[in-house]
Design a protein around this ligand. Structure first.
Ligand code: 13P
Ligand code: ZN
Length: 283
């Protein structure tokens, strides 16, 4: 069987193409990764063992300071640095590949894909740190990490204070379903150099307690158990951001005549047994 026929690979490609169609991936913007299940690895084992594994590389220049023991030995399907999501349906073996993390969680090597000398995304440290945290805090359930550049959430980072609580309350207030889709809220990471270990560490710290991390003047990271939930979460947050941008644009700084109130959120929390934090509700 062809690797490209595997269900997890097809779902990965479909999600990347969906993100492209949403307009979230200009040029090479954004990246996506998926932690393979043992069944996924079994299904492609013959193909992998027939390919000569490449040499081990450090996950980060920080070397031993970044030992990701929680994901030691795991395999990941991940997009290639500089690749365009627009092209993933046409050239999947160039736009993505499979990597394996070593037993110490320090290095990785390419096992499949990244045709013509490609390599994993420049945001590899953030993806792997996030996977490491998410595997631990979700008892292994979270397998997808997704980064893209949606315009509305980015626009809001120019006008809202860079506070997770403020973004959370504003976004919950835009669409009734938001508090149900992301009851743990969103986090905001200040502007930092993309691809750096600092932004990876800052993001992973926030991933300890939520599944959405906004990068100021850049984009967003989401985590999900599967492709549908990661994509759906990104879609919901960006839709709420779009409503907020429209409302602010229409109202020209005036008070809105209607809003989702703290009481409405408290009623939602009661009805759906949500753990909405009081600090955010009180804003
Ligand atoms: P890559 O092309 O290396 O994945 O980088 C895109 C990006 O969005 C960086 O933040
Ligand atoms: Zn980016």
């Amino acid at each position: 069987m062809e690797v490209l026929d595997e269900g997890f690979i097809r779902s990965f490609i479909r999600m990347a193409d969906d993100g492209w169609k949403q307009g979230w991936h200009e040029r090479n913007g954004g990246n996506l990764s998926y932690r393979l299940t043992p069944a996924d690895v079994n299904a492609i084992e013959d193909v992998l063992s027939a390919i000569e594994a490449q040499r081990w590389e450090s996950i980060s220049d920080e070397g031993a300071a970044l030992a990701l023991r929680d994901i030691a030995g795991e395999m990941f399907l991940i997009t290639a640095a500089g690749s365009y999501f627009r092209n993933i349906t046409l050239e999947p073996e160039r736009c993505m590949g499979i990597i394996e993390v070593d037993d110490a969680g320090l290095r990785y090597r390419i096992r499949w894909g990244f045709a013509d000398g490609g390599r994993p995304t420049s945001e590899l440290p953030t993806h792997l740190l996030n996977h490491s945290v998410k595997k631990r805090v979700s008892d292994g359930r979270i397998r997808v990490i997704y980064h893209c550049h949606p315009a509305n959430i980015n626009a809001l980072t120019f006008v809202l204070p860079h506070s997770g609580a403020v973004f959370t309350r504003e976004l919950w207030g835009m669409i009734s379903e938001c508090a149900m889709v992301f009851p743990e809220g969103v986090a905001v990471v200040e502007w930092m150099v993309p691809g750096s270990i600092d932004i990876a560490r800052a993001s992973a710290k926030e991933m300890e307690h939520c599944n959405v991390v906004i990068w100021v003047h850049h984009g967003m990271f989401c985590a999900g158990e599967d492709f549908d939930s990661a994509f759906g979460l990104m879609h919901t947050v960006e839709k709420a951001a779009e409503v907020l941008v429209k409302v602010r644009s229409m109202s020209g700084g005036c008070e809105c005549v209607s809003r989702i109130t703290d009481q409405n959120l408290a009623d939602l929390a009661d009805a759906y047994d949500l753990d909405l934090t009081p600090a955010e509700l009180a804003l």
